[in-house]
Ligand binder design. Structure first.
Ligand code: PNS
Length: 145
C-alpha cells in the first residue's frame, strides 16, 4: 500500500487542500494529512472540527473514509515522517512564490535526513485564489457581523 503524507499548517483548511488530497489519491492508496502544530494556533480538536465543517470551506469534503487519516505533529517534519510508513511527502503549488518557499523547505527537510521523496501537485486554475491567509481575513470580518 502506497502512502503519501500531506503536511501543512492548514489554518484554515480550504478547497485547494482538498484538491491536493484528491490528486494524491489518484496515485497513492492512502493520504495522511499531518498538521504541524503551532501552540499559538488551533488545537488538534479544533482542527478536526473545522475539517468536518463543510460550511467553512463552501464545498463539501469528499467521503474519504478509509483513504485518509488526519493527524498532527510537533517538532520537525523529518522526525515525524520517520514514525510513519509514508512513501512520499506531497505538497501543493499555486504559483512561483509557493515554489520558492517549498524549494527551501524541501532542501532543509532533506538536509535534516528526510529519506522519502517530496512530490508536488499544481492547483487547478479555479482554485488558485484560495489561501489560508485570505480565508483568515475573511473570517475575521464574518466574526465582526
Ligand atoms: O506549507 P505550510 O503550511 O507552511 O507548512 C507548515 C509545516 C508544518 C508543514 C512546516 O512548517 C513544517 O514542516 N514545520 C515543522 C518544522 C520543520 O520540519 N521545518 C522544516 C525545516 S525548516
Amino acid at each position: 500500500m502506497k502512502i503519501a503524507i500531506y503536511p501543512g499548517s492548514f489554518n484554515p483548511w480550504h478547497p485547494g487542500h482538498t484538491n491536493v488530497v484528491e490528486q494524491a489519491l489518484k496515485v497513492f492508496d492512502k493520504v495522511i494529512i499531518a498538521r504541524g502544530l503551532n501552540p499559538d494556533k488551533l488545537t488538534g480538536e479544533e482542527f478536526l472540527m473545522q475539517l468536518k465543517d463543510t460550511s467553512f470551506v463552501n464545498v463539501p469534503i469528499p467521503d474519504w473514509s478509509g483513504l485518509v487519516d488526519v493527524t498532527s505533529f510537533t517538532g520537525l517534519l523529518t522526525d515525524f515522517v520517520k514514525q510513519t510508513h509514508a512513501h512520499a511527502v506531497i505538497k501543493g503549488l499555486r504559483n512561483a512564490q509557493d515554489l520558492e518557499y517549498e524549494r527551501a523547505q524541501e532542501y532543509w527537510n532533506n538536509v535534516l535526513g528526510l529519506n522519502i521523496p517530496t512530490y508536488y501537485v499544481m492547483a487547478p486554475a479555479h482554485l488558485l485564489h484560495y489561501s489560508s491567509s485570505a480565508l483568515r481575513t475573511l473570517n475575521t470580518f464574518k466574526k465582526g457581523k
